[in-house]
Design a protein. Structure first.
Length: 179
């Protein structure tokens, strides 16, 4: 029997104090996600809160990032409108990665076998040139390979090798190296 009253935050480090967390939420929900905020300012705000971001990164509006200090983005990556990076643990996006509209990268989970439903979180790594397509979900602990593709609407719960397409119907097939 599950006992949610026994749940604690044991083993989960938010990485910053309450004041910084509150300040980030205020900035994220007023300026960062707004349609009128220039993409350059979004990048600057993430950097100001501790994200490591390369050159030429494009971040569209309505993007949510739980903890910027647990985010690393390589050069020339794109993050599309409404994408959600739920990074209780580190998320690393390589160079030339595309995270499309409303995609979800979720490093948090729970141990369904434990009565207290304790956290079972793990980082996500997305290799150079990979594409997380529209409304795709990448779950905790997954590594997406170089130039791999997580197809639109797909849910990825295990590692995806380089140059592999994972589709919404849970099929995999090789893809060609981009020209």
């Amino acid at each position: 029997m599950r006992d949610l009253s026994a749940f604690t935050l044991a083993g989960y480090d938010k990485g910053r104090g309450t004041l910084v967390q509150a300040l980030w939420f205020a900035v994220m929900n007023t300026v960062f996600m707004a349609w009128f905020t220039p993409a350059r300012l979004r990048v600057a705000l993430l950097r100001a809160f501790g994200a490591e971001i390369g050159q030429g990164v494009l971040i569209r509006h309505r993007v949510r990032v739980l903890w910027p200090w647990k985010l690393r983005i390589g050069d020339h990556a794109w993050i599309g409108e409404g994408a959600w990076i739920l990074n209780l643990e580190p998320v690393t996006l390589g160079a030339h990665v595309c995270v499309s509209q409303e995609a979800l990268l979720c490093t948090g989970s729970h141990d369904h076998r434990a009565a207290d439903f304790r956290y079972r979180n793990a980082p996500i790594t997305v290799g150079d040139g990979a594409w997380i397509a529209a409304r795709a979900t990448v779950l905790a602990g997954v590594k997406v390979g170089r130039c791999a593709v997580v197809g639109a609407g797909a849910v990825l719960h295990q590692d995806l090798p380089d140059l592999t397409l994972h589709t919404a119907d849970n099929r995999r097939r090789p893809v060609e190296e981009p020209a």
